[in-house]
Design a protein around this ligand. Sequence first.
Ligand code: SF4
Length: 330
Amino acid sequence: MRFPLSLSIDLTRYLIRKRLAGEEKFPLVLMLEPTHQCNLACKGCGRIQEYRDTLDKCMTLEECLAAVEECGAPVVTVTGGEPLIYPPVFELVEELIHRRKHVYLCTNAVLLEKALPRLPVSSHLTLSIHLDGLASTHDFILGRPGLFHTAIRAIKAAKARGLRVCTNTTIYKQTDVLEIEILFAYLTEIGVDGILVSPAYSFSGVAPELFLSREEIREKFTRLTLNGLPVRYSSTPMYLSFLRGERHYECSPWANPTVNPRGWRSPCYQLLDTHYPTFAELMSKTDWERYGTGRDPRCAQCMMHSGFEPSVVRQLGLKEAWQMLWWNLT
Ligand code: SF4
């Protein structure tokens, strides 16, 4: 299964509860960034530019847990920065699982092998490992030789330990589709549980020549996802169809709220206009109608999974829900 059964059940229950309560805007996945410190400086990373003045700041464990409780989303993605250099990361993961949250721990895998004995084997924990190409491309983007092989070794070690492992690939303007096809075939062969793929978003201050227009996104994703290869995507079929330009979604920026040492980021994971001290203020004070394709020029090229995968989940009809269930089982 691409997602654990417990996650599908918890998410379905949560969606039904929210719909019965008549709530229109609610979080699905909390992006928790306890620190923006990182052991790398990848090309295309917006965080180390946007937060360069507060890179030394970390949320305390208590602040992380209070944010998780206030938000209430059933899924928590622990990201950053590099979460494995956040000192209480293991306590944080244990505590989140104890609170029945579904945790995605994002990592560049540099420190992963060493960390494995301290990570619990649980259907509530999935490792999400960043891989942007085969060895030469991946190492070039991450800025250090040998990191692709480090990541592959860590993936195999994590799988051997019984952990759930997904990968996470960003497609840039220069990305060679054939190379990504080979990468995804290889990752499927070594048994990763799911492959998440998304076009890059053009963060301000980061080399604009790296990023794709919507037209280029459609072209690359059509080639990549209609090639007939048996790739184990965890990006939903509806989202991939959206990337190919076959269907339309409005984004749901509130569904993937982001919290970090500066507070609750508004309006979304990509755009930064301000931070609010509480989740309640983020939801009530952000003028959501101002954002999205055709409203804010910064949104024009955005097709990021963090903005649009929640729209897929929120708009699932009965037929699509069955399709998703079948897809998850295959
Ligand atoms: S379109 Fe993208 S950048 Fe704009 S608000 Fe939505 S998620 Fe954020």
